[in-house]
Design a protein around this ligand. Structure first.
Ligand code: SF4
Ligand code: FES
Length: 246
C-alpha cells in the first residue's frame, strides 16, 4: 500500500508543533499501526533524521499507553480497540492519514505524539484504592459473598486501561468516564464501601484541579473508549458524589 502520513511533530512542551508529511511506498496491510510507525522510524533513523516519538508498551490493548488521534478519532476508526490493535488493512491504498496526539490541557505534549498523562495518576492517588491492613491477618476476599451481577459490573468498570481516549474525544476534555470507572469498580463492592464518601469527594476534587472539564452528555467518550466503558459509570459517580455531599 502507498500512504501519505501527516504526523504532528513537536520538539518539546514549549515549542510550537506542526504537521509534517511523510510518503510511504510499501506498507504491509497486515502490519499494526504501531509497526507501520516503527518502519517509518527505521527509515528516518537510517537517513539521520529524528524518529517520531510515540507511546506504547504492551501492544495488545491492556496497558493504555498508546494514545494516537488518527484521522480525527482517538485510537482510529474502529470501535472497541486501542491504537496498538489497529491494522493497516483498515486503510486504503493511496489514503492520507492524519496522526496527532490526544489533545487536552491536562495532557500536555512532551514530544511529537507523546503526552503527559500523570494527571490521571494524581486523580487515582486521591482515592482510587481501598485501605487494608495487610500486616496482620487479612481476611480472604473469597469469604465475602458478592452477587454475580455485581461482581461482573465491577469487573466491567475495572477494565478501564486509563488511556485517556475519553478525554481526547470530549469537547470539554472531560475525564468523567475514566474517573467514574475507577470509582465504580470499588463503589460496587463491599470492600469499597468503607471509604466510598471520601473517595468520590477527593477524586472529583482532584479531577477538577487538574483542569478536566465537565460531562457534555454527548457520549463521545463511550463511543471512542477502547474498552467500551459505559456511561452508566458516570451516572453512578454522580449518585455517589450526591450521597457524599449530603
Ligand atoms: S474510560 Fe475508556 S477511554 Fe477513558 S481512560 Fe478508561 S479505557 Fe481509556
Ligand atoms: S500499547 Fe498497551 S494498550 Fe496499546
Amino acid at each position: 500500500m502507498k500512504l501519505t502520513l501527516k504526523i504532528w511533530r513537536q520538539k518539546n512542551r514549549k515549542e510550537k508543533g506542526s504537521l509534517v508529511e511523510y510518503r510511504l511506498e510499501n506498507v504491509n496491510p497486515d502490519d499494526s499501526f504501531l509497526e507501520m510507525l516503527d518502519s517509518l522510524n527505521y527509515d528516518l533513523i537510517v537517513k539521520g533524521a529524528s524518529p517520531v516519538a510515540f507511546d506504547h508498551d504492551c501492544r495488545e490493548g491492556i496497558c493504555g499507553m498508546c494514545s494516537l488521534f488518527i484521522n480525527g478519532r482517538p485510537h482510529g476508526p474502529d470501535r472497541g480497540i486501542a491504537t496498538c490493535e489497529l491494522h493497516m488493512r483498515r486503510f486504503n491504498d493511496g489514503d492520507t492519514v492524519f496522526v496527532e496526539p490526544f489533545r487536552a490541557k491536562a495532557f500536555p505534549i512532551i514530544k511529537d505524539l507523546v503526552i503527559d498523562r500523570s494527571s490521571f495518576d494524581r486523580v487515582q492517588q486521591a482515592g482510587g484504592y481501598i485501605s487494608v491492613n495487610t500486616s496482620g491477618n487479612p481476611q480472604d476476599a473469597n469469604t465475602v459473598p458478592i452477587e454475580k451481577t455485581i461482581a461482573e459490573a465491577a469487573f466491567d468498570s475495572a477494565t478501564c486501561i486509563g488511556c485517556g481516549a475519553c478525554v481526547a474525544a470530549c469537547k470539554n476534555a472531560s475525564a468523567m468516564l475514566f474517573v467514574s470507572a475507577k470509582i465504580s469498580q470499588l463503589a460496587l463492592l463491599p470492600q469499597g464501601k468503607v471509604e466510598a464518601q471520601s473517595r468520590v469527594a477527593n477524586m472529583v476534587k482532584q479531577m477538577d484541579e487538574e483542569g478536566f472539564g465537565n460531562c457534555t452528555n454527548t457520549g463521545a467518550c463511550e463511543v471512542e473508549c477502547p474498552k467500551e466503558i459505559s456511561l452508566t459509570n458516570i451516572a453512578r459517580m454522580n449518585r455517589e458524589y450526591f450521597k457524599a455531599s449530603m
